[in-house]
Design a protein around this ligand. Structure first.
Ligand code: ES4
Ligand code: ZN
Length: 327
């Protein structure tokens, strides 16, 4: 009975949150009105009704449609600020936010507009909420290597405003190797590197993300469970996995939370973390992910709660000095 309270109140970091996936239907409609953008849905309720996903692509189609209301710097600020308020309520003390600039620049929004709105929200969250935030620029893997290179170049004037690069969107048919040279360039620029791998794609994509992209963390990575040699490597090298249980449930990566591999990943000594992915679409922010996952899996108790919170700080890209003060 004390476990839900422990999960809710413990300080934690969130390392896998797409900020465009925190856009709630109410804010989508508010921004659509503010910006005179037409939506394919008549109401907040009609939009929410469309949130019945069968796989990753069925979600991404609606997620990109939702992001189409973001035009002005203030829109990006309002979206990120709303997330930070939710994070604060969940006792998140540090969040590393993914953003998808290509979704916006393809519609004519300037990179500067995206960067300034999001980074101003990070600064205000630090000053007003005591939540630290950092930005990770994600390349859309369904687009070309050339497009990713152009995006990284456009972001170079704002290098001090983001800490790393990631890789997201449709995984199947878009293996990590497609972006080997872009990630090499990101490393040269001193950026951290993460990649979605082993969500819908095979365990081999996790290995490729490590070997070809130099990924320092794997986003999702749950399909690693299929490959015992890879599991031993992830444990030996302490490569963090940013696991997203409610996302996996809603996108049918797992049948039920009771079947989720999180306990097996922890038991194998992996640095697994719990995250919300796209909380406005998948039925809950970070504490909801912890609560429902622990409720469904009796192998998870107070000891695992502590380990997951500690892992979230260990796996973060904040300085080791600051980690020492946290843990
Ligand atoms: C995503 Cl759940 C998920 N997987 C891959 N790419 C994404 N972008 C936003 N959410
Ligand atoms: Zn994700």
């Amino acid at each position: 009975a004390a476990l839900p309270a422990l999960l809710a109140r413990m300080p934690k970091a969130e390392l896998h949150i797409h900020i465009e996936g925190s856009l709630e239907p109410e804010l989508i409609f508010k921004l659509a009105q503010r910006n005179q953008v037409a939506l394919r849905y008549a109401s907040v309720e009609a939009l929410r009704q469309a949130y019945a996903f069968t796989d990753l692509q069925s979600f991404l189609d609606i997620y990109y449609a939702g992001a189409s209301v973001l035009l002005q710097e203030q829109d990006f600020y309002d979206m990120a600020w709303a997330y930070f308020e939710k994070a604060k309520a969940d006792n998140v003390v540090h969040a590393e936010l993914f953003f998808d600039p290509q979704t916006h620049t393809a519609r004519g929004v300037a990179m500067e507009t995206v960067m300034r709105g999001l980074s101003r929200a990070c600064n205000d969250a630090h000053d007003q909420l005591g939540v630290s935030g950092a930005l990770i620029l994600c390349f859309l893997r369904h687009l070309s290597e050339e497009d990713a290179f152009a995006t990284l170049e456009e972001a170079e004037p704002f290098l001090e405003l983001f800490i790393g690069v990631g890789l997201d969107s449709s995984e199947r048919g878009h293996p990590p190797g497609k972006f080997e040279r872009v990630f090499a360039r990101a490393k040269e620029l001193g950026l951290h590197r993460v990649a979605h791998a082993g969500e819908e794609g095979p365990a081999a994509y996790v290995r490729d993300a490590l070997d070809l992209l130099g990924a320092q963390r794997i986003d999702h990575g749950v399909r690693s469970i299929d490959d015992p040699a890879l599991m031993r490597r992830l444990a030996a090298e302490q490569i963090p996995l940013t696991v997203c249980p409610l996302s996996n449930l809603k996108l049918c990566v797992v049948g039920t939370l009771a079947d989720h591999p999180l306990p097996a990943l922890l038991a194998a000594g992996l640095v697994a973390t719990v995250n919300s992915d796209d909380p406005a679409y998948f039925g809950g922010y970070l504490n909801q992910n912890y609560l429902e996952t622990f409720e469904a899996l009796p192998q998870l108790g107070p000891r695992e709660a502590y380990i997951l919170a500690r892992n979230s700080f260990d796996a973060s890209f904040v300085s080791d000095l600051r980690k020492e003060r946290w843990t």
